[in-house]
Design a protein around this ligand. Sequence first.
Ligand code: HEC
Ligand code: HEC
Ligand code: HEC
Ligand code: HEC
Ligand code: HEC
Length: 154
Amino acid sequence: MDCRYCHTSVEASHEANIPPTQTCMNCHNIVDVDADELALVQESWKTGKPIEWVKVHMLPDYAYFNHAVHVDANIGCASCHGRIDQMEIVEQAEPLSMGWCLDCHRDPAKHIRPDNVSVTQMDWVAPEGHEEIMNEYIKIHGISPPEDCTACHR
Ligand code: HEC
Ligand code: HEC
Ligand code: HEC
Ligand code: HEC
Ligand code: HEC
């Protein structure tokens, strides 16, 4: 499934939303209705009580981050979240430290994909000559990741 089926706001908002139980029920009112693994979902659907979100990624409040800006610049989810498709339980794949943010901001070319469709493609690999092409693309489209303190500490 495309990540954006559930994380619907990731291209439009600073935050990537967590889907409500309704999203699961679009299918699981028909598929695997009685599976033990879906007991929590069925319970939540019956009671109307949302399932609690176990938050994994957590920047400190003093650091500002916006998903839409990054996803609209065609950076793949995998650059920051790793191979989510291969994780049975989601874990943090990258340090999310200031040095990590800045490493990419100084040289983003290899993380930028040619189109918006491939942004959620987990097994995407850069074709040969990709960085050169993307360095041109960055110039043409005026993509300019900030390095000044006030961009991330507002
Ligand atoms: C677009 C349809 C669709 C949506 C939406 C969907 N699922 Fe599924 N889900 C499936 C299919 C298809 C399977 C595989 C069923 C099978 O192999 O028997 C599955 C399997 C599962 C399983 C494994 C069940 C088992 O028997 O091992 C779990 C757990 C699960 N889904 C949870 C969720 C949760 C939680 C959500 C909402 C966040 C969700 N699903 C949303 C289609 C969907
Ligand atoms: C069927 C719906 C569904 C799909 C499709 C889906 N996710 Fe999720 N995702 C969830 C739900 C629900 C949670 C929260 C789980 C929890 O709280 O334990 C979650 C959690 C996450 C988290 C952890 C958030 C945090 O810090 O707590 C990340 C990162 C994530 N998803 C990325 C992705 C990526 C990347 C894809 C595409 C490869 C994807 N998701 C596809 C439903 C989905
Ligand atoms: C440039 C890096 C980057 C990219 C690209 C990125 N994320 Fe994230 N993601 C983060 C960071 C950093 C956080 C933690 C944000 C916080 O705690 O404020 C996060 C948090 C999340 C969360 C938890 C909800 C939230 O907003 O805190 C989900 C779900 C998620 N990301 C899904 C995705 C999906 C799906 C994609 C691809 C469409 C994606 N992310 C692309 C860096 C990224
Ligand atoms: C994989 C590459 C990559 C990583 C990692 C990354 N960024 Fe960015 N970021 C970019 C690019 C590219 C842009 C420029 C987008 C544009 O100009 O369209 C950007 C723009 C920004 C902006 C300016 C736009 C805005 O929202 O005001 C901020 C702030 C920002 N990033 C914060 C962060 C923080 C904080 C982190 C670490 C938690 C981070 N970024 C990690 C690539 C990255
Ligand atoms: C691209 C985004 C970005 C830029 C630009 C940036 N920072 Fe940060 N900064 C972060 C993030 C993210 C963290 C949180 C890191 C963590 O939790 O490990 C952080 C953490 C910090 C901390 C706390 C460190 C600690 O050890 O607790 C200080 C102080 C700081 N930044 C100062 C600055 C100064 C001064 C500048 C300008 C020279 C700057 N930052 C530029 C993203 C940025």
